[in-house]
Design a protein around this ligand. Structure first.
Ligand code: COA
Length: 261
């Protein structure tokens, strides 16, 4: 049974809600362990086609729990590393889930909270959401979230916001590509996410998983012979898969595809 998160399934949508509102959903050992297990549970649940990462309370996520960070500094070097690896593993688990992921952002998202958003495929925020990479203010670094931030907003904005630790608005998060849509309030947030979920559910689930894997493999590679060959191999495999054949046949027969069939 989870204490710091709520994990639920609403038809085809798995919802993982950060539920430590009194600490602004800051990560400690328990939240990290529960979130990692919750994500893996939803990934394995065959009813679930899309995951939404949500939050209770005033904040989306205040990043690392600073009491936990302080405690970790007094661990042995081995314990300290083990602890850091758990947070790194949470981010990597979220990043590599085969199902589409959506961050539902309201209120402040700081440090690791920004990392969670960057590790999701899709992010929607309310106008009053606020973002910051505050680590350097605390004399630390956004290390385990850096691969996902660099992918989401690029080196240029990482340099600015990692070094300055400035707070930035939802409009700025939208401009730099951290979130892809901004809406006035929570009602519109749920409507916008509902529309995205509807679009996602129309598509082939295996094709979506293949797209996520394709993006990971091709991203950042030089467009050389091996990259070109990799892409050819992938479409060869996917178009002759049951789902590929069903999708193509459904279009040509002017009917809805039966993905589960
Ligand atoms: N770790 C541990 N405790 C935290 C926390 C964090 N990351 N963020 C907030 N809290 C605690 C506060 O210390 C406070 O505890 P208290 O009630 O025992 O005094 C409680 O949560 C409420 O926070 P408060 O600052 O009073 O609420 P607020 O609404 O004014 O501001 C935040 C909320 C999230 C904007 C603010 O708390 C904040 O800036 N937190 C630090 C976030 C951060 O820098 N994270 C990056 C870590 S790498």
């Amino acid at each position: 049974m989870f204490q710091s998160i709520i994990c639920e399934v609403d038809e085809s949508v798995g919802i993982l809600t950060l539920n430590k509102a009194e600490r602004h959903n800051a990560f400690d050992e328990r939240l990290i362990a529960e979130m990692t297990s919750g994500l893996l549970e939803l990934e394995a649940d065959t009813r679930v086609r899309v995951l939404v990462i949500s939050s209770t309370g005033k904040s989306f996520c205040a990043g690392a729990d600073l009491n936990w960070m302080k405690r970790a500094a007094s661990y042995t070097p081995q314990e300290n590393l083990h602890d850091a690896r758990n947070l790194a593993r949470l981010m990597s688990t979220l990043n590599t889930l085969s199902k589409p992921t959506i961050a539902r952002v309201q209120g402040p998202a700081y440090g690791g909270g920004v990392g969670l958003i960057a590790a999701c495929d899709i992010a929607v925020a309310t106008y009053d959401a606020v973002f910051a990479l505050t680590e350097v203010k605390l004399g630390i670094v956004p290390a385990v979230i850096s691969p996902y931030l660099l992918t989401a907003i690029g080196e240029r904005y990482c340099r600015r916001y990692m070094l300055s630790a400035e707070r930035f608005s939802a409009a700025e998060a939208y401009r730099i590509g951290l979130v892809q849509e901004i809406v006035p309030g929570e009602e519109q947030l749920d409507e916008a996410i509902g529309e995205i979920v509807d679009s996602l559910l129309k598509n082939g689930p295996h094709a979506q998983a293949e797209c996520k894997s394709l993006i990971r493999v091709v991203s950042g590679q030089p467009i050389d012979e091996s990259c070109i060959e990799e892409t050819a191999q992938r479409i060869t495999r996917v178009r002759s898969s049951p789902e590929g054949m069903e999708g193509l046949a459904a279009f040509l027969e002017k009917r809805k595809p039966n993905w589960m069939g």
